[in-house]
Structure formats: C-alpha cells, structure tokens
Unconditional design. Structure first.
Length: 248
C-alpha cells in the first residue's frame, strides 16, 4: 500500500528534507584528508541535534551511527569509525533526519582532495543518473520508467547500476512502499500519483553491478572492489501536479 499524503503534509515533509540537505551542506567543509568517518558522523549528529532533529539511522535495526558513510568501494550502509580519509578517496554521506515525525533523506558523493579522472567521471555519471531519474517522474506514469531511464544512461557511460538496493517511499516512516528500482523491471507496475513522497538514489559501480554484505551485516561493497558512487533526493508529487525535489 502506497501512502497518499495531503497538501498540509507537504509542509512538514519539506522542513525535514531541507534540514537533511543542510546537514550535507554543512559537512562538506570538513571532508578533507585526515578526518575520520567517525568524526564526520559526530559533526553531522551535533548539527542535527542543534537544529531540533534526530537521526533516523541511529539504532535503526541496530545500526550504530547517525549517518551512513561509504568510502570508495563501499556502495552503501558504511558504518562511520576510525578510517581516516585519504587524498584521492571518494565518500558518500547519507543523511536521514526526523523532525516533528517527518523523515527527510538525501545523500551525496564527495571527492577528497585530488581524485582520478575515472573517479570524477563516476561521480558525474551518478549525479546525472539521479537527474535523469527525476526527469522520468510523470504523474500517471509508471515507476518502472525511472529504472529504465537510469539503467540506460548508466550503461551507456560504461558503468553499471546496483540492483540489490533501491529508493523507497518515505514520509511518516523511514521506509514505505513503493520500492523505487533503479534498473529495468517490466513487471513493476506501480503508478505515480499526487500525494506520494519517495526517494530516488541510484548507486553506480565502476565495475560489476554485483554487491556483497560484510560480516558486520551492514556494510555493502562492490563484489569486485571497484569504486561506487551515489546521489539521493527525496521527491514529492503534489496535488497541484508538480514534481518537487524536496532535498534540492
């Protein structure tokens, strides 16, 4: 069942999403060689608290930190800790805040110092893949068109799209229906309608699309240890016929 939210609900959702965006804006200045992922997590957590929000990831099904921080070949759900960023790394920071019961979810991949041309291309393709997925959102259209559009673009650039993880409905809960797939699945027949809130968050791999989960039961890495990049936005389809990117 896909939740349909009211016009009034949009205001609370917009506030949560703008705060999530603000966390990423704030933390960017600290993403430099030498800082640990644990220190970045603490800075994000402090920023959320100072702005009246809590982290949705902290203690979510046992996840131990306030953010997911995924470096280089880590696709998603990286646990912040002692690792110190190095020149040439790429790092995704995934933020989900909760404020007044509303969840705002967004992520970006950042470069650390000077990165390779291939890594730079990967980041740009991941960002463009998200933009193209957003462009595919049409009221009355199928969610599967988002996946078709993203996969076609990513593969045309010589990369692969992760298939084991996807976007999701969001609002009063962290994860709601529908699943928003980033690859082509013809049987996926959910229709986009006014009142829906959901994320699009394509994960783009330099090598194979395959992934595996490490022994901590959270950290997801590329099967071939190639680089991975991701960008995420939360969207609203309004009752006035607009598609809004709430975390832009």
């Amino acid at each position: 069942m896909i939740n349909i939210y009211s016009r009034e609900d949009l205001q609370g959702m917009r506030r949560a999403c703008l705060l999530a965006k603000s966390v990423l804006d704030y933390i960017e200045q600290y993403i430099t060689p030498g800082i640990s992922t644990g220190e970045l997590d603490e800075l994000c957590s402090e920023f959320m608290t100072n702005n009246g929000a809590t982290s949705a990831t902290l203690n979510y099904n046992g996840f131990p930190k306030s953010t997911c921080i995924s470096v280089n070949h880590v696709i998603c759900h990286g646990i912040p800790g002692k690792y110190r960023l190095k020149n040439g790394d790429i790092v995704n920071i995934d933020i989900t805040v909760v404020i007044d019961g509303w969840f705002g979810d967004t992520s970006r991949t950042f470069q650390v110092g000077k990165i390779t041309k291939q890594a730079e291309k990967l980041i740009n393709v991941a960002k463009t893949a998200l933009d193209k997925g957003i462009e595919a959102v049409k009221i009355g259209g199928y969610f599967r068109e988002i996946g078709y559009t993203i996969q076609r673009y990513v593969e045309s650039q010589g990369f692969n799209i992760v298939r084991d993880y996807c976007g999701h409905g969001i609002g009063r809960s962290f994860h709601e229906d529908p699943q928003v797939l980033h690859h082509a699945v013809a049987e996926f027949d959910a229709i986009i309608a006014p009142g829906m809130f959901f994320t699009i968050e394509p994960m783009v791999n330099e090598g194979t699309h395959r992934s595996k989960v490490l022994s901590d039961e959270w950290t997801v890495v590329t099967a071939d240890k190639s680089l991975s990049a991701q960008f995420e936005h939360t969207l609203a389809v309004t009752h006035d016929g607009e598609v809004l990117v709430l975390t832009a």
